[in-house]
Design a protein around this ligand. Structure first.
Ligand SMILES: [Zn+2]
Length: 369
C-alpha cells in the first residue's frame, strides 16, 4: 500500500510535467496504477490492451484493436515503443491482416509515442487524428525526448528535499518510490533515444466513417475536453464507444483541459447509443453511470468556480482564494466517495491531481469573462 501511495505522486509529477494474458471481460480489480499488462476481449474482433505503467512511473494509455475482414484499425499507440511492439506481436496473433489505420485520440505522449513503431511494422499505415490533435502532435512532439531528462531533475529535487512539489514532507516509502522512478528513467531514456516520431497523415474536423471490411467505424469530434482535439471512436453495430482520455477510470484524469466544454462533450457522449465504453486509462466500463457522474462533477466545479470568481474576481492573483472558496462550497470528500469509492491510492490521486487540475483549469477558462 505504501508503494501505491508513492506511485500516485510519481504519476502526479509525471502528469504535471507532461502538461508543460487475457482476462474475462469486466472481472479485474481496478486501480489508477497498473502493474500488469492485460488484454480484454470486448466483442468479437474487438480487444482492449491495458498496459502496465512505465518503469519511470508514467501511466500508459489503453490501446483498442478492431479487426475487420480486410484490415485492422488501432486506437492509440501507448507510451513506450517496447509496449507498442508487444501490442503489434499480439495483434499479429489475433489477426492475419495488416494494421491499416492508427487513430490518435489526442496528442498526449502516453497515446502517441508508439506511432513510429506501428509505421515501421506497417509501412502503408494511415495515422488519423482530429486536425487540432494533428497540429498539437506536430507542435509538441519534436524535442519531447530531449526535454525528457528534466523529469529526472524533478525527481532528484523531490528526493533531495524530501518534499513533494506542494511542500508536503514525504515519508520513507514515498521517497523510496521516487528513487525507483528515478532508476526507471534510464531504460525509458534509452528507448526514447531510438524513437522515430510519426505524425498523423490524415485529419478530419467533425466526423469520419470507415469500413475495414464488414465493420463500420465512426470517428467523431464531440467538442473540446481533456485537450482541444479529443475525438472518440464509435462502433454502431457493436454499441461500443472508445473515449480516449475524455473519460478515464477509476479516477478521472482532470489535470488540465477545458472543463466547461468537457462537461458538455461528456453529455453529448452520454446521448449516444452505446453499452460498452473503453476509457483512455483503466478497465472497460458498462453503461453510462460513471460517465454521467464525471460530467456532473465537472459541471459542479465549473459552476462553483464561476460563482467564486463573481464574488472574488479573476486574474492570476485570485486563483488560490477561489480554490479555497470552492473547497468550502463543494463537498469533494462526498464526490470522491461517489466517483472513486474507498480505494486510498485512487482517492489520493483524485484529491491531489483531479480536483486540483479541474479547479485550476476551470479558473483558467473563466477568469477573463
Ligand atoms: Zn492518457
Amino acid at each position: 500500500m505504501t508503494f501505491h501511495f508513492g506511485s500516485y505522486y510519481k504519476k502526479f509529477i509525471n502528469f504535471a510535467l507532461l502538461l508543460s494474458l487475457s482476462l474475462p471481460v469486466f472481472s479485474q480489480i481496478d486501480s489508477s496504477s497498473t502493474r500488469t499488462r492485460t488484454t480484454t476481449k470486448v466483442a468479437d474482433g474487438v480487444y482492449m490492451i491495458r498496459h502496465k505503467d512505465s518503469p519511470d512511473g508514467f501511466p500508459q494509455g489503453n490501446t483498442t484493436v478492431i479487426i475487420g475482414e480486410r484490415e485492422v484499425f488501432v486506437v492509440d499507440a501507448c507510451y513506450l515503443p517496447s509496449s507498442a511492439k508487444e501490442d503489434i506481436a499480439q495483434i499479429r496473433q489475433w489477426a492475419n491482416k495488416p494494421v491499416r489505420y492508427l487513430f490518435n485520440t489526442h496528442w498526449h505522449n502516453d497515446h502517441v509515442n508508439g506511432n513510429g513503431t506501428y509505421a515501421e511494422a506497417f509501412p502503408d499505415i494511415t495515422i488519423i487524428a482530429h486536425f487540432e490533435t494533428s497540429k498539437q502532435i506536430k507542435g509538441y512532439a519534436p524535442g519531447i525526448f530531449e526535454r525528457f531528462p528534466t523529469r529526472g531533475a524533478a525527481f532528484q529535487q523531490i528526493i533531495d528535499s524530501g518534499k513533494d512539489p506542494n511542500g508536503r514532507v514525504l515519508n520513507a516509502d514515498e521517497i523510496k518510490a521516487y528513487k525507483e522512478a528515478l532508476a526507471g528513467l534510464a531504460p525509458v531514456s534509452e528507448e526514447f533515444k531510438k524513437i522515430k516520431l510519426r505524425m498523423p497523415n490524415m485529419t478530419f474536423d467533425s466526423e469520419l466513417t470507415l469500413d475495414i471490411g464488414n465493420r463500420e467505424i465512426q470517428i467523431k469530434y464531440l467538442g473540446r475536453g481533456n485537450t482541444a482535439g479529443d475525438a472518440i471512436v464509435y462502433l454502431p453495430k457493436e454499441k461500443i464507444l472508445i473515449a480516449g482520455d475524455l473519460l478515464d477510470s477509476p479516477v478521472p484524469y482532470l489535470g488540465s483541459g477545458y472543463p466547461s466544454q468537457h462537461a458538455k462533450t461528456l453529455r453529448k457522449m452520454a446521448q449516444m447509443d452505446f453499452e460498452i465504453l473503453i476509457p483512455g486509462h483503466g478497465n472497460v466500463l458498462k453503461g453510462k453511470t460513471y460517465l454521467n457522474l464525471v460530467a456532473d462533477f465537472i459541471q459542479t466545479v465549473v459552476d462553483e468556480v464561476s460563482k467564486a470568481i463573481f464574488q472574488i474576481g479573476g486574474g492570476p492573483r485570485n486563483l488560490e482564494a477561489v480554490r479555497q472558496t470552492v473547497h468550502k462550497t463543494i463537498d469533494f470528500t462526498e464526490w470522491k466517495k461517489k466517483i472513486v469509492g474507498d480505494n486510498k491510492e485512487d482517492g489520493n490521486f483524485f484529491d491531489g491531481f483531479s480536483v486540483q487540475g479541474v479547479v485550476t483549469a476551470a479558473y483558467a477558462e473563466s477568469w477573463g469573462r
